[in-house]
Ligand binder design. Structure first.
Ligand code: ZN
Length: 472
């Protein structure tokens, strides 16, 4: 049958060691959260852009669809094949060369399979900063970061992945190469193709390389942890911190009491400051361009004002890098602690920052009324108006059954509130297949028509990640 012919062709392009069809393929077939397990026709691992182009061309000719994959850390089931056994997983893992670093232009050009952390380190070695930063940075790839327009913990100051990208090299659905690796900061020559591919989740083209924007490395990075009496105060503290620290404020994360209590419960070796005494804690980061002493003085001045005005009830400033890392570790342990506690319903929502307190008040009350005993694991990037507003089954209930019976109801309640507040149902994780069904209820018909028109124009055969982002 034609599958055999295609597989032979793929072997001739990439070599038999890079066309995997048997053995344990779960690393490529199962998603990170273990919500989905597919079956691939093959996992193909090209080593060059030219090989990617040939693989796509061969698959297009055979009418076989492709699922691009980087580190497979995505949270919306977008990087794994369906269970038909007919899709090719196109892994970019082997394309991991840094092609160039231009210090004077503040740019770094790297292949799609480069691990995010490796790029951070490459920049740092030159005294420069690549600011994109998220808990999966040790295994996610820059290609995946751009394909999902990843956010993370430095967006407040440096923007999403989109804002950190100046150019792309892309293999189209026809197997042609678009050379768009310019390091230009200004280029108004028509439609922005780069921005079309960023955030397209592998549905419009395969990103093979990118030119990224670097920043000067701050002289010092300092972290503080503050107890706040409520979400109103947390938002007011954000405003105060922005005024006091201006561009030095690089992180502002909020964590609810129950979220922190789960970290304390499941990781008792971690010290979680203040959580027993306060409904919310905030983690602030100050990246100072003068010195560590200056950073500390700025923080102390800010926190004194905040304590005086009642925005903060208690605060600590990390004494050293190890303490700062411990505080960040607490924040980043919330998803894991939550998983330890049991299955839960995840939301990655955004609303205007000014509306966050009201959104949380109303939605907390709505859920408590409709689903007695429900537990809210609320935390996130408050500086970006982005909350991971997650819902855990009532204590001592069957989490599996809760998910089966109430996931729909919970999503309706939360997403209904998001809509009333003019928010988004996916702030940073993307749509994938997990939210493709929901998306149609949140985009206008005009928007959906334009999105389908773009997909149709660039991938008329529908071979690139079909069914993701847009359902047929
Ligand atoms: Zn996040």
């Amino acid at each position: 049958m034609h599958h055999t012919a295609l597989l032979e062709q793929l072997v001739s392009i990439c070599g038999s060691a890079n066309v995997l069809t048997e053995g344990d393929l779960s690393a490529w077939e199962a998603d990170w959260r273990k919500r989905a397990r597919g079956k691939a026709l093959a996992v193909v691992r090209p080593g060059t852009t030219e090989e990617v182009a040939q693989v796509v061309k061969a698959c297009a000719q055979a009418g076989t669809s492709l699922v691009p994959q980087g580190g497979n850390t995505g949270l919306v089931v977008g990087s794994v094949p369906d269970d038909s056994g007919t899709q090719v997983v196109l892994s970019l893992q082997r394309m991991n060369r840094v092609r160039a670093l231009d210090a004077a232009n503040l740019t770094l050009t790297a292949e799609a399979g480069c691990i995010l952390q490796t790029l951070q380190e490459t920049a740092r070695q030159q005294g420069l900063l690549f600011p994109l930063s998220l808990a999966a940075e040790g295994s996610c790839t820059i290609g995946g970061n751009l394909a999902t327009n990843a956010g993370g913990t430095q967006v407040l100051r440096y923007g999403n992945a989109r804002e950190l990208c100046l150019g792309l090299e892309v293999v189209t659905a026809q197997g042609e190469v678009w050379e768009g690796l310019s390091g230009l900061r200004k280029d108004n020559t028509g439609y922005d193709l780069r921005d079309l591919f960023i955030g397209s989740e592998g549905t419009l083209g395969v990103i093979t390389a990118a030119t990224l924007k670097l920043h000067p490395l701050p002289a010092a990075r300092l972290t503080a942890w503050a107890a706040v009496p409520g979400m109103d105060e947390a938002v007011a503290l954000l405003g105060l911190a922005q005024r006091e620290l201006s561009a030095s404020l690089t992180g502002f994360e909020v964590m609810g009491q129950f979220a922190l209590s789960l970290v304390a419960k499941h990781f008792p070796q971690q010290r979680v400051p203040f959580h027993e005494a306060t409904p919310y804690c905030v983690l602030l980061e100050n990246s100072d361009h003068e010195s560590a002493e200056h950073a500390r003085a700025m923080f102390e001045q800010l926190l004194e004002k905040a304590l005086d005005s009642g925005l903060v009830t208690d605060a600590v400033v990390a004494e050293n890098i190890a303490q700062a890392q411990q505080l960040w570790h607490v924040r980043e342990s919330i998803p894991l602690a939550q998983a330890e506690e049991g299955l839960n319903i995840k939301h990655d929502i955004s609303v205007p920052i000014s509306a966050i307190p009201q959104f949380v008040r109303e939605t907390d009350a709505l859920l408590a009324r409709e689903i007695p005993g429900v537990r809210l694991v609320n935390f996130g990037h408050l500086g970006d108006g982005n909350l991971h507003y997650n819902v855990q089954a009532p204590a001592d209930s069957d989490a599996q059954q809760f998910l089966r019976n109430q996931e729909g109801q919970v999503n309706d309640l939360v997403y209904g509130a998001v809509r009333r507040f003019g928010g988004s149902i996916s702030a940073e994780h993307g749509v994938g297949s997990l939210k493709a069904g929901e998306l149609v209820h949140h985009k206008s018909p005009v928007a959906l028509t334009m999105m389908h028109a773009i997909k149709q124009a660039l991938d008329p055969q529908n071979i690139l990640n079909p069914g993701r982002v847009l359902q047929r």
